[in-house]
Design a protein around this ligand. Structure first.
Ligand code: NBY
Length: 811
């Protein structure tokens, strides 16, 4: 396909418009063009998709199944074009047709089937798996509604449903023939068989069909096409006869159908606060049961041997505990359907399942009320109960020293089922997502488990696909890099390190500066189109884009802005480099304090942006509906990357990696992967401030610090908090009192005041450094040079070698 010319591509577009949509190019809308280009891609890859699957079957190597409740894939047309080698020709053809490629690609509705980092990580991993030609597939849920669309109305977040399937989604293929049946509720009967073993039957279950929709995952220029399989819930139709009966029953059936379809109805919009909602538990079991049934069916089709050999052919990585019912579900199938003994089933299960942990925040650790699980999934509950019993007995008899800790290790305790404990006990690998995070798991949160199973624990520092986040999102930077060091970095991102040789070459640094400036102009235009606000493209673009959470401390950022504003009001002639603060953040709909912070950012923006006294030196932009597509626009234009979580709280972060790779400099705490960025680039190439994780944990152990003392001694802090409390930033004086109270009366649980001073001081250094253009550009290029380590290709290779024990399939 590489030899396809723009001329030929144009011809394909015009022909397809006629044959697929019955129109001439002159009458085609951008959407029509979008659909025909997607069709051209599909035509190219469908045979490759088939060939890849055939090869996998022939080779019959071990395959990886990545189970995740979330895949935040975003837009696919552009990355699909890129990966199958047609992006340049498509861009050129569209331009020759007088069309703007950006506009065409933007016609796709982002698939937002995820909340944040965890979901986007899953999508980056799929891209790397295919690009490195590993036989690895994703299994998820085809939510009819993705993550809500955010509108800002009067400064407040308002949530709208994201009906992303409103128009045809060109990337999915429904595979009705491969549907499987899932059972909920019902009665479990136990029989003793002649050989003395037990048999379990279930009756009166509620049945739900899981229909798969497959999405191709295209490897980069290697003709490998893997699969993302998303399951959709449908009612089971043996109901033909009931449909003809009385009206009431008909409506009852419709109700029933509707409630079943709800299982894949929407994505839960919480990224950190586990809520024990039954529908979510149904979703989890729905994903797990349909995926495992399919995996086993496939194994049987390709291997005429015992399922005891499943671990030779299958590894299942569970993305957090959300799919941890995979453990009892695999046990159930092996024992109840395949006649395995408990021990034989356990042996297989614990060799197949591997678990990734993404958080140590206690409020995010999943537990389910035991009664709820027992009612919804009676047989699964029995199995968990037995896993628990055997596990606890094992500790009691084999680890006397740990007897006292049993209540904190038991899978079922306090009438709750603790999913992380289940996941650790039932898997062969437990990994954290950055070095510090894994160390905290081992030494603190999961230390007793670590003592029991030291070999299970390992670290896999996260990564991002450099194809989407550099090659596609920042084509000008990518081609400048290629001009300087050649194109090898695209397949071997670690080779970005060769840029270091040039990081002091001032004429080259100028070119990097020009690219950044071009990107800033593009973003400034976009901001103007979306908000009507003019931002100065010569100002420092200071960016914080991520979910809104107290621990991520957007509040610290806005306090800094208020501080700068207060200073400028006193001294409008202050000689500062103008700054544009850019935010993108969604808050969980029920997270009151997070929504207050969004309101505060927007309120401060509405004051600062229109205050003539400060002469445009500060601008605050909150871009609504932050999503993957918007990230692709903001990241290439960022000068500063705000990674300012309370140390120990951010497991890894991945936005930090994307921004670094695009030449932004990090202002950050020693948390998550910031530490590993710092190891590479050194203190002289980033702006580190604030408490360390050890200090934070020390404070927690000793009851925190005295927030009021800081309020009483630091005038800058006092002024800001009083402004909030006295309604200076609001039409009603109650507006920001909750933030005020949370800091002063709940003792500032995320250490905003404690880190305020070092943060302000660090930003003063940032500003001085920014003025020293060559130093700044040298730092920026140094960051890009070291960013290759954070390609998800490196991460996936590590998973493949250390956890999955799989090799690349060919090539
Ligand atoms: O996973 C994030 C971590 O906060 C971040 O530090 C890390 O880089 C990233 C990838 O490892 N966690 C995250 O995004 N979590 C969620 O989105 C999430 C979603 C749902 C639920 C919990 C967490 N839930 O309980 O429903």
């Amino acid at each position: 396909m590489l030899e396809l010319t723009a001329e030929a591509f144009k011809e394909k577009i015009t022909n397809k418009l006629k044959t697929d949509r019955g129109i001439e190019i002159g009458d085609a809308s951008d959407k029509d063009i979008y659909y025909v280009i997607a069709a051209i891609v599909n035509e190219e890859i469908m045979p490759q998709w088939y060939d890849t699957q055939k090869k996998y079957e022939e080779k019959n190597n071990k395959q990886i199944f990545y189970l995740s409740m979330e895949f935040l894939v975003g837009n696919l047309l552009q990355s699909n074009l890129l990966n199958c080698g047609m992006l340049d020709v498509s861009n050129q053809a569209l331009k020759e047709l007088g069309l703007d490629p950006e506009n065409i690609y933007a016609k796709e509705h982002d698939a937002a089937l995820g909340n944040g980092g965890l979901g986007r990580l899953a999508a980056c991993f799929l891209d790397s798996l295919a690009s490195l030609n590993y036989a690895g597939h994703g299994y998820g849920i085809r939510y009819r509604y993705g993550l809500f669309e955010q509108r800002i109305i009067n400064g407040n977040q308002v949530e709208l449903p994201d009906y992303w399937l409103k128009n045809d989604y060109p990337w999915e293929t429904k595979k009705e023939d491969e549907a499987v049946c899932i059972h909920f509720h019902g009665d479990v009967h136990m029989f003793k068989k002649n050989d003395g073993t037990l048999e379990f039957n279930y009756e009166n279950t509620d049945k739900v069909m899981a229909i798969p929709y497959d999405i191709p995952i295209i490897g980069y220029e290697n003709k490998v096409i893997n699969t993302l399989r998303l399951w959709s819930a449908e009612a089971v139709y043996d109901e033909q006869e009931t449909l003809a009966t009385e009206n009431n029953e008909f409506y009852h059936d419709l109700d029933h159908k509707h409630s079943i379809e709800q299982i894949s109805g929407f994505l839960y919009p919480d990224d950190s606060n586990h809520e024990g909602k039954e529908l979510r538990l149904k979703q989890q079991y729905f994903l797990v049961s349909s995926s495992i049934q399919h995996i086993i069916k496939n194994f049987k089709k390709n291997n005429h041997t015992s399922l005891r050999r499943l671990p030779e052919k299958v590894v299942i990585q569970i993305n957090d505990t959300h799919p941890s019912l995979a453990i009892p579900e695999l046990m159930r199938i092996l024992m109840d359907e395949e006649n395995f003994s408990w021990n034989a089933a356990w042996e297989v299960t614990t060799k197949v399942i591997a678990y990734t942990n993404h958080t140590t925040l206690s409020e995010a650790l999943e537990t389910w009320p035991k009664g709820m699980l027992e009612h919804l999934l009676p047989r699964i509950y029995m199995i968990i109960d037995e896993i628990n019993e055997r596990f606890c007995k094992g500790i009691w008899y084999d680890h006397e020293a740990l007897r006292d800790t049993i209540p904190s290790l038991a899978i079922i305790a306090d009438d709750q089922v603790h999913m992380a404990r289940l996941a650790i006990v039932g898997s062969f690998s437990v990994n954290g997502v950055a070095r510090i995070h894994t160390e905290i798991l081992k030494k603190q949160e999961m230390k007793h488990f670590y003592n029991l199973f030291p070999d299970r624990f390992n670290n896999k520092t996260n990564g991002i696909t450099h194809r989407r986040w550099l090659l596609q999102a920042n084509p000008n930077l990518a081609s400048l890099i290629t001009d300087v060091i050649g194109p090898q970095w695209i397949k071997r991102p670690k080779q970005l390190i060769s840029l270091l040789k040039y990081s002091k070459d001032s004429s080259l640094l100028e070119k990097f500066d020009q690219v950044k400036h071009e990107n800033k102009k593009i973003l400034a235009n976009h901001i103007y189109e979306r908000t009507g606000i003019l931002v100065d493209d010569q100002s420092i673009f200071d960016v914080q884009i991520k979910r809104l959470h107290e621990y991520k401390r957007q509040l610290l950022n806005i306090f800094h802005i208020i501080y700068l504003y207060n200073e400028l009001k006193v001294n409008p002639n202050q000689d500062i480099t103008p700054r544009t603060f850019i935010f993108g953040a969604k808050a969980a709909p029920s997270y009151h304090l997070a929504k207050e912070v969004i309101k505060l950012i927007n309120t401060v923006a509405s004051i600062v942006n229109y205050d003539p006294d400060i002469r445009g030196k500060l601008k605050v932009i909150f871009l609504e509906n932050y999503n993957v597509s918007l990230a692709e626009k903001i990241i290439p234009a960022a000068d500063i990357s705000e990674q300012i979580s309370t140390a120990s709280k951010e497991a890894s972060g991945t936005g930090n990696m994307k921004l670094m790779m695009n030449g932004a400099l990090t202002v950050g705490t020693l948390d998550g992967a910031n530490i590993e960025i710092n190891d590479l680039v050194g203190n002289q190439n980033m702006f580190i401030f604030g408490l360390t994780a050890d200090e934070v944990m020390d404070y927690y152990q000793h009851g925190g610090f005295d927030a009021t003392a800081i309020y009483n001694t630091d005038d800058r802090v006092k002024r800001i908090l009083d402004q909030l409390n006295q309604g200076e930033f609001g039409s009603h004086d109650i507006e920001f009192k909750d933030i005020y109270y949370n800091i002063l009366y709940h003792n500032d649980p995320y250490f905003v005041l404690k880190d305020f001073e070092p943060y302000i001081e660090t930003h003063e250094i940032v500003e001085r450094t920014y003025r020293d253009r060559l130093t700044w550009l040298n730092m920026s290029v140094t960051n890009i040079a070291h960013s290759g380590k954070f390609s998800s290709d490196r991460t996936i290779r590590e998973y493949a070698t250390d956890i999955w024990k799989v090799k690349q399939v060919w090539g």
